[in-house]
Write a protein that binds this ligand. Structure first.
Ligand code: NDP
Length: 330
């Protein structure tokens, strides 16, 4: 098996040399174990947090030990009757080509008419995050005006479509012309944050939705948060899903200068971690799965080929050069 490790804790944006590819000979299978050849590997922004040596809501990655992450693969050898050879499975032993796992570490792939990698994106953890944040945390109601940052990403691109389907004005913030075009083509008002300060972004949001926003789905932080706060409606709900603009900061930055808007507009802010809501996954899949399968919900993927590309794929998340879900195909 070939797997990636990190050999040190990153300071700021991780350097390519931090990632090393190691090889081991896997031992023969014990009772209950299976060997999985991975076909798709996920890279996700939260992995940056696990690279710091600090426990948050998950343990940090160990140095020089196999990195982990969402993966899809096929069982190629089995001593577990639940997962015979040929089974397609979902698990967390990513960042490697072949994984050896017990049955408890595996989930069978749900059987919808979608490409298997959808279970790492729109119908997997990022999709579940979008649905949870919008419905269970921000409690979006029919007709609410909704603002979303990183709006064309894995999470954001589902948030905007679910919000659009419930009416109201949906505005997405994104970083490149292609992303803005994708949003516009789905009926979403799209605003770039590039080369703007919070005042300029705020003015653009006001123009796009003069009434202001009932819901803000936050993926970025920084000037997006500041501009959003200036454009809140009374009683607005803010779901803090992620703050990616901060993940590579070496020293903590300052918070928004206009936090008083939360007070003035009697807004609610709630952070959430999707894992806490995983019991709702079947409900999400039942609702969103068929819409993805029949094409009502659209999703994009950016694919890199080959295990060697994992670090590059991961770093692309912070450059914003991915459209939709960032994946590696083996
Ligand atoms: P995306 O597919 O959205 O990829 C990341 C995107 O973030 C980039 O494409 C880029 O888009 C944007 N971005 C990166 N750096 C910056 C920056 N400095 N300033 C502004 N935008 C930036 O990733 P995901 O959909 O997987 O994740 C989106 C967010 O959701 C992240 O914050 C992540 O941590 C969070 N998350 C939270 C979960 C939870 O349980 N709370 C679970 C899953 C994800 P652009 O070009 O538009 O700037």
């Amino acid at each position: 098996s070939r797997y990636f490790v990190i050999n040190d804790r990153p300071q700021g944006m991780p350097e390519r040399g931090l990632f090393e590819l190691h090889t081991i000979e896997l031992p023969s299978l014990k009772d209950g174990e299976v060997r999985v050849r991975n076909t798709w590997l996920s890279v996700d922004p939260y992995m940056r947090g696990r690279m710091n040596g600090i426990k948050t809501y998950v343990e940090p990655f160990e140095l020089n030990a196999p990195l982990e992450g969402g993966a899809i693969g096929e069982v190629i050898e089995s001593r577990n009757s639940r997962f015979p050879e040929g089974s397609k499975v979902l698990h967390n032993a990513g960042w490697r080509d072949v994984a050896q796992l017990t049955g408890e570490a595996l989930d069978p792939l749900p059987k919808l008419e979608v490409p298997e990698q959808a279970y790492l994106g729109v119908l997997g953890m990022p999709g579940m995050t979008a649905w949870t944040g919008l419905n269970l945390i921000a409690e979006m109601r029919e007709g609410d005006n909704v603002l979303v940052s990183a709006a064309s990403g894995a999470v954001g691109s589902l948030v905007v479509q679910l919000a659009k389907a419930k009416g109201g004005t949906v505005v997405g913030i994104a970083g490149s012309q292609e992303k803005l075009d994708w949003l516009e083509s789905h009926g979403i008002k799209a605003i770039s944050y590039r080369d703007k300060n919070a005042e300029q972004l705020s003015a653009d949001l006001k123009q796009a939705c003069p009434e202001g926003f009932d819901v803000y789905f936050e993926n970025v932080g920084d000037i997006c948060l500041e501009a959003a706060l200036t454009n809140l409606r009374l009683g607005a709900r803010i779901a803090i899903c992620g703050l990616i603009a901060r993940y590579n900061d070496e020293t903590p930055g300052h918070g928004p200068s206009n936090l008083d808007m939360v007070l003035i507009q009697r807004a609610h802010i709630q952070g959430f971690i999707v894992l806490d809501h995983w019991s709702q996954y079947p409900r999400f899949l039942e609702e969103v799965g068929p819409q993805v399968a029949n094409g009502e919900i659209d999703y994009e993927e950016t694919i890199e080929d080959g295990l060697e590309r994992m670090p590059d794929a991961f770093l692309k998340l912070f450059e914003g050069s991915n459209r939709g879900k960032m994946l590696v195909r083996l």
